[in-house]
Design a binder for this molecule. Structure first.
Ligand code: NDP
Length: 450
């Protein structure tokens, strides 16, 4: 590795030594930037990379609320405003017990690159809380969201920072957050949050966008590598949340055979093909467990998650779409997938493959659609939602979907172009990092030392 990159990486390791996910995300990016940094020795003098890896602002705050038993519970809230180089901070809110500063910073860091790839004017940020919405009543969720927004509202605004959903934050939570923002600020600022409900400023196709976008990217990547088609391919998808469900829907539309999905407790395998309407009923309506699938399809199989190696990756598949969470595809799982003949991985979740797993896939000529590029459809459509709010105007579902499709095609083309320019073959992981970094570095140089 180039000595400047090495120096920055070792400083990041020292300064953030209790933040493994953040170090992993930075390591994965810096490891691919050597050819660009070699061409620009001037970056070192202006500490360009040091500024890249340090958030502009990191906010941590107390979030107390009263549960249904009358007990006061205190959680920790975060907002990482990582980079406003090319637009207002933009990135989701995650409510999950695993949330901590490391996870917030890794997600915020990834978001800068992803947002740059969309071609839209959005900076990078992320936020959330270690609150677990699972098993909570609607009243508890509402009170928690109101308390969270009571603090967050000081730091956001449609031209400042625009949060959205992520794990544990869907349309219900965004509704409560928006209501509280409006109440405190006394302004109807539609563009301050995205992923809103359709009756008060949400965009058609936002709910579907990340999953659909993932499949659009996969379609382009397969087509560019020997004209492979999704039709008839076997697909497994981890997770059964927003990203997984709509990736499944689009894959089915393209004639793929989706045979497995999962949640944090285990996975289901249905050799006759996943019944997506049933998954939607279980997950979107009943908020139940994926194992409930067997109550209707008793001939499907259920495998419990017993270790860090999710059972879903033992299932033979052509295409694997990790759409649950970070580091869910370990080196062990990668070896199983390769041994079973996988041809492509599409990262719907953020950083779902460990660095070792990604390297193993690339070494074994498996195509990898990297998260920063492949799941950027969600945030791109959020930016389209912001535009609609500013215009006081709504686009139809087909108009938004067609913009999303074009954006995903363009993202794939910029990854491919970077691969061609730097002789990277079809290593789109490096291609995506380089394409985004070049744009951001140019903006950083132009804006002086800030
Ligand atoms: P949801 O909360 O809707 O769904 C998350 C799914 O992943 C659930 O099935 C959940 O299972 C499972 N999951 C969560 N944590 C774990 C874990 N530690 N181990 C195993 N499974 C887990 O979230 P989204 O679908 O919105 O997000 C999924 C991923 O996609 C995340 O990485 C997110 O950052 C990324 N992403 C989301 C975007 C969006 O627009 N929503 C945009 C871009 C990226 P269970 O219910 O049992 O917890």
């Amino acid at each position: 590795m180039n000595s400047y990159l090495e120096k920055v990486l070792s400083e990041v390791r020292v300064k953030n030594n209790n933040e493994p996910e953040f170090i992993q995300a930075v390591d994965e990016v810096l490891a691919t930037l050597e050819p660009v940094v070699n061409k620009h020795p001037e970056y070192e003098n202006i500490a360009l990379l040091e500024r890249f890896v340090e958030p502009e602002r990191l906010i941590s705050f107390r979030v107390p609320y009263v549960n249904d038993e009358g007990k006061t519970i205190v959680h920790r809230g975060y907002r990482v405003q990582f980079s406003s180089l090319i637009g207002p901070y933009k990135g989701g809110l995650r409510f999950h017990p695993s949330v901590n500063q490391s996870i917030m910073k890794f997600l915020g860091f990834e978001q800068i690159f992803k947002n740059a790839l969309t071609g839209l004017p959005i900076g990078g940020g992320k936020g959330g809380s270690d609150f677990d919405p699972k098993g909570k009543s609607d009243g508890e969720i509402m009170r928690f969201c109101q308390s969270f927004m009571t603090e967050l509202q000081r730091h956001i605004g449609q031209d400042v920072d625009v949060p959205a959903g992520d794990i544990g934050v869907g349309e219900r939570e965004i509704g409560y957050l928006f209501g509280q923002y409006k109440r405190i600020r006394d302004v109807y600022e539609g563009g301050v949050l995205t992923g809103k409900g359709l009756t008060y400023g949400g965009s058609l196709a936002r709910k579907e966008a990340t999953g659909f976008g993932l499949i659009y990217f996969m379609r382009e990547m397969l087509n560019a590598n020997g004209g492979i088609n999704l039709n008839g391919k076997t697909v497994t998808i981890s997770g059964a949340g927003n990203v997984a469900i709509y990736a499944c829907q689009k894959a089915l539309e393209y004639g793929a055979n989706v045979v497995a999905m999962s949640d944090s407790k285990g996975c289901i395998y249905d050799k006759y093909g996943i019944d997506l309407d049933l998954i939607k009923q279980i997950k979107e309506v009943e908020r139940g467990r994926i194992s409930d699938y067997l109550k209707v399809h008793s001939d499907a199989e259920y495998f419990e998650a017993e270790s860090e190696d999710s059972p879903i990756w033992n299932i033979k598949t052509d295409i694997a779409l990790p759409c649950a969470t970070q580091n869910e595809v370990t080196l062990n799982s990668a070896k199983k997938l390769v041994a079973n003949g996988v041809i492509a991985i599409g990262e719907g979740a953020n950083m779902p493959c460990t660095k070792e797993a990604t390297e193993y896939f690339l070494k074994n000529s498996v195509l990898v659609a990297p998260a920063k590029a492949a799941n950027a459809g969600g945030v791109a459509t959020s930016a389209i939602e912001m535009s609609q709010n500013s215009m006081r105007y709504y686009l139809t579902f087909d108009e938004v979907d067609s913009k999303l499709n074009n954006i995903m095609i363009n993202i794939f083309l910029s990854c491919k172009k970077a691969c061609e320019e730097y002789n990277l073959g079809n290593n789109y992981v490096a291609g995506a990092n380089i394409a985004a970094f070049r744009k951001l570095a140019k903006a950083m140089k132009a804006q002086g030392i800030v």
